[in-house]
Design a binder for this molecule. Structure first.
Ligand SMILES: CC(C)(COP(=O)(O)OP(=O)(O)OC[C@H]1O[C@@H](n2cnc3c(N)ncnc32)[C@H](O)[C@@H]1OP(=O)(O)O)[C@@H](O)C(=O)NCCC(=O)NCCS
Length: 159
């Protein structure tokens, strides 16, 4: 079970380095490191992006970076430290993200992950996402991605 001291909050710029390192080690393994501290800091400052962390005291345990458009949101990055996985931290982060999207009137949250990433595929499925397709060679021109989507409301076509 997640620690009772777990806090989910918006990231601040001083969280950028640890988020970037977690992205490099937990998400971008085998690829060119693109989510550098500078890029993460830009997203923390960007008004169209929510960067959220789960922390226990000073330690960042998990994080999410979510682009929020007018109708759709896109989870760019999402990870929990291996030592803290399967304890409900990812679920807490995703519930925070989902509540924010519902408030913002978002219709669908999209995300991609490597087809070989069985833990993430299990996680998103458990949290209500549906697999919608495969994009060949999405990662570095080599690895394929599976796309998932969580529908929050039915979109009404413009009149
Ligand atoms: C995917 C990830 C974020 C899940 O985080 P987590 O904190 O371990 O997830 P939770 O403990 O909240 O799990 C919630 C539910 O998701 C499912 N789930 C989580 N990890 C799973 C796994 N390895 N295999 C199958 N199902 C899994 C389970 O149903 C779980 O509930 P349960 O533990 O009661 O059975 C984590 O494994 C991770 O950080 N992976 C590396 C980074 C990554 O792949 N990110 C996603 C792509 S950007």
């Amino acid at each position: 079970m997640a620690s009772k001291h777990l806090v989910v909050r918006l990231a601040v710029e001083s969280d950028a380095a640890v988020i970037a390192t977690m992205s490099r080690d937990l998400i971008e393994q085998g690829l060119v490191w693109s989510w550098t501290p500078q890029r993460v800091a830009r997203h923390i400052r960007n008004r169209d992006t929510l960067t959220v962390i789960a922390s226990d005291g000073d330690e960042v345990i998990g994080f999410a970076i979510l682009y929020v458009g007018e109708e759709h949101a896109h989870l760019n990055l999402f990870a929990v430290r291996p030592s803290q996985q399967r304890a409900g931290v990812g679920r807490r982060l995703l519930e925070w993200v989902k509540a924010s999207c519902l408030t913002a009137g978002i219709a669908v949250i999209y995300c991609e992950m490597r087809t070989t990433n069985a833990p993430a595929r299990g996680f998103y499925k458990r949290l209500g996402f549906t697999e919608t397709g495969i994009v060949p060679r999405y990662y570095g021109g080599v690895e394929s991605a599976v796309c998932v989507a969580l529908r929050l409301r039915v979109e009404v076509p413009a009149a």
